[in-house]
Design a protein around this ligand. Structure first.
Ligand SMILES: [Zn+2]
Length: 425
């Protein structure tokens, strides 16, 4: 960890300074336009169980009480000349879910517009050191802040678990094609400050597994919680909609189950013989999965994957529905085991078609007629009924739905948890 930070500090200085200096031309206008909205200012103070502190150029957002160490942290780099509070709602949302979130202010600019890179690197180093033992961290760079995120990502320091570039033409001159963690580039189809061909160039510098997420009708200004930025185009979707889509994409990345192998080896003990799901595998699963409760639509779902349950994390989602509502096979596959567990009650363990994932359905009121170990399942087939068996509160019937990346042929119950929410949403 220490070595990675030192190495990065030495080499990162020149690149960060060059990248940020190009923002000078729009600096004066943008300073006014980059003021945080009312909502952003509200999220930049402690509220709703989240503590917000600013210390030596870094904003800290943490959930009051115990923040689970195993959860990934979020590190946000603001766009040039944008008040860091303009990203507070994203940081606040992550902290509410138990993640530590940081916004790193760019230090004051020098006469020629470059940031004092030494100061920036010191801030980054402090945040990384504070998170050396936590569940890794996701870098998010907005606009010109993509330069800092990319510079850091190029060194792939231990603990790095993902990179998201938002409304940004970066990594520009930095080659991130071999970065071994999930990478996403979020772009607006009506972004007036990041040209489409710049996005294409940026994509060419990213690994082949990087996801390019287009927000239809989204512009540049609406990615964050501030006013219209000069030179931008008019969006054709509401600002709240664009920011929600962006926030959800970032929160989903916080929960993906892959992280740098170096980190997984030293900080998170991966059970012997198990591997994390790749982005490709998750994408395939996502394309084949349905919501496993009849009548439930995406907007009914809540992401409860990272909520604490006693000493552990939930690592599943709870889908609320009236008792007796049919529970459906979420994918084609086969039944691995019908199991009566103390906590999960009547459960179905099933595998998907690829035999990579284990899907588990808990708290069933009853099984569907004819369901038995080993039988083939068709997606959408009724396998049981929503109930409260096991430790579910009697007044709150729900389906406990979990997904594990495992080796179903070898074990019907062991695997590394994958968040079902972003796959279903
Ligand atoms: Zn549950």
């Amino acid at each position: 960890m220490q070595e990675a930070i030192e190495g990065w500090k030495r080499a990162g200085i020149a690149t960060a300074a060059i990248a940020v200096s190009s923002c000078l031309a729009v600096a004066v206008w943008a300073q006014v336009a980059g003021r945080p909205s009312e909502e952003a200012r509200g999220a930049a103070v402690s509220s709703g169980g989240v503590s917000v502190n600013r210390d030596a150029g870094v904003w800290h957002f943490t959930r009051q009480g115990a923040a689970p160490d195993s959860l990934r942290s979020l590190i946000i780099f603001p766009a040039g000349r944008v008040d860091p509070r303009s990203y507070a709602p994203l940081a606040h949302a992550a902290a509410r879910r138990g993640h530590r979130a940081y916004i790193i202010e760019s230090p004051r600019r020098t006469l020629f517009g470059g940031v004092k890179a030494e100061g920036l690197n010191l801030r980054i180093a402090r945040v990384l050191q504070a998170n050396a033992r936590a569940g890794g961290w996701l870098l998010v760079g907005y606009g010109g802040g993509g330069a800092s995120a990319s510079t850091l990502a190029a060194f792939a320091p231990a603990g790095m678990a993902g990179v998201v570039l938002i409304g940004s033409e970066h990594p520009r001159d930095i080659d991130l094609s071999s970065v071994p963690v999930p990478v996403a580039l979020i772009a607006g189809t009506r972004d007036g400050l990041t040209r489409t061909d710049d996005i294409a160039k940026a994509q060419a510098r990213l690994p082949s597994h990087a996801r390019l997420i287009w927000i239809e009708g989204g512009n540049h200004s609406q990615f964050a919680w501030h006013g219209y930025r000069p030179g931008d185009r008019t969006a054709s979707i509401a600002g709240a909609d664009q920011r929600t889509q962006t926030t959800n994409a970032v929160l989903a990345m916080l929960l993906t189950s892959t992280s740098l192998p170096a980190f997984a080896a030293t900080e998170v003990a991966t059970p012997a013989g198990l591997t994390s799901a790749t982005q490709q595998e998750l994408a395939e699963l996502r394309s084949r999965i349905v919501i496993p409760v009849r009548g439930i639509v995406r907007t009914d779902l809540r992401d409860t994957f990272a909520e604490p349950r006693g000493q552990r994390l939930h690592e599943a989602i709870d889908i609320l529905a009236p008792r007796g509502t049919p529970v459906l096979a979420a994918t084609d596959g086969r039944v691995l085991k019908l199991f009566d567990s103390k906590a999960g009650g009547l459960m179905v363990y099933a595998t998907d078609m690829s035999e990579r994932f284990i899907l588990l359905y808990g708290h069933l009121d009853d099984y569907a007629d004819g369901i038995s170990d080993g039988m083939q399942l068709e997606r959408g087939q009724v396998i049981g009924y929503v109930g409260t068996t096991g430790n579910a509160p009697p007044g709150t019937p729900h389906l406990h739905f979990g997904i594990l990346r495992g080796q179903p042929a070898a074990s019907w119950s062991r695997g590394i948890a994958v968040n079902p929410y972003p796959l279903l949403f």
